[in-house]
Design a protein around this ligand. Sequence first.
Ligand SMILES: [Ca+2]
Ligand SMILES: [Ca+2]
Ligand SMILES: [Ca+2]
Ligand SMILES: [Ca+2]
Length: 504
Amino acid sequence: MAAKYGFLFGAALVLLLTACNPPAADETFTVNTGFDTIDANVGDGTCADANGNCSLRAAIMEGNANPNTTEIILTQGEIYRLSIEGRNEDASASGDLDLTERTYIRAAGAADTQQATVDAEELDRAFDIHSGHFHFLEGLFITGGLADGSRSGGAIRISTGLVGIEDTTIWGNSAGGDGGGIYADGGTVWVEDSTIAHNEAFGDGGGIFATTNVRLNTNTTLDRNASGFGEGLFTSQVHQEAGELFAHQATITATIGVALVIKQEATITNSIISGKTRDCTFVGSGTITTSTHNVYSGTTCSPTTTDVIAPVTSLGPLVDNGGPVLTRMPLETFPSVDLIALSDPTCIGNDARQQPRGGNGCDAGALETQPGEAIGADCTSPPNLVPGAQLQNCDLRTADISGANLSGANLNGANLSGTSSSGGNFTGANLTSANLAGADFNSDDFSGASIGGADFSGASFLFVNLGGATGTPANTSASFGLVLCPTGVLSSDNNDTCDGQYLP
Ligand SMILES: [Ca+2]
Ligand SMILES: [Ca+2]
Ligand SMILES: [Ca+2]
Ligand SMILES: [Ca+2]
């Protein structure tokens, strides 16, 4: 896996290097068809259906016949749909894909781009992992899994062994029993750089239900998984029935119910944990033995002095922020940003997008905001139009910005198209890549502003001061009162002197 770190917390912090790397392959099958077909001659060492093609199912069937490690390579961007009906079958010949010997299934190509989709088409769950000691799934988008009736594990059921899951999305699966995404009742589930969202279980654990060890090792997001009967204390993203729960650099957020149900021991570090009704529900002897550098939305997880409490409303939605999986981008003012000191031994590695941790400190959660990237804290309705306001990527088309003092504001990527302003103060503001197409400015002051990459097409600038503005706009076509000087500097000086001064 990308980040090869494990953490043990005892009387003193112990940094332990552990690894969950893909197994070395003894045989490799490259899947060359999206059709769901069985292997024509299981055990002959060749992945081939009746037509001589190698399907995902045929590769797994052949791999199950080999006690050594089988590597199965899928193609990024392709969709592998299950179509052979037949539930409650465990030889991978029908319904779910049963893994019984060591298997490494991955999408070929650069790990940070597209995934390969495995769609179970609601004919069964997607993967059923019975045995084999070590399995590894990398770069997959697993969806459409259905464990109907009272069965558990909508996308994946795990009975034993170490199962590594990396750069993978588990999305839109459901179970009549427990574990809408993953049901683990043996071995250890090790998850990195992955997102588990929009799964549901009629029982407990919308995202994960575990009677065994779950290691959300780094950079995993759980969001909008549902379980049980709505707002109950057992409606959860992760339900720990037994085993150890470990979450490091995780973002676990719930729009219904709670984030975590804990019945035994849990270790929660550098994470964002937020339920709707409450963050944690403890049952029996359930306890969080270590809690450091987390952002909780309340006190139910028993925060320590290094944890902070803040409403998760200041966290952006689950969207594509780059990288293989969807993530939630915090606002600049959300306390997850730079929560962990650079000197802290856990402030290392990359985030879920393979962007480096750091800046002025490491962020809690699966995503590390990069310089200038966090969503503007004032991007609300109405926006907070004050000097230095953080308005990156904000939609300000209907905002009344006339006369506003936005000196030094961050308007990077903001949408101001078609707006009008008179006498506004934009001195020193960051308007890099902002959209000002068709905007109407009169007597506004843009002196010292950064306007590189901004779109001024069709904009009208009358008596506007652009003195000292820096950067070359992306577009100034058919705009009134604007001159793009030979030096690349934009001027509002209509007499083409390009002296950067407004007209008298
Ligand atoms: Ca064969
Ligand atoms: Ca099965
Ligand atoms: Ca099956
Ligand atoms: Ca940071």
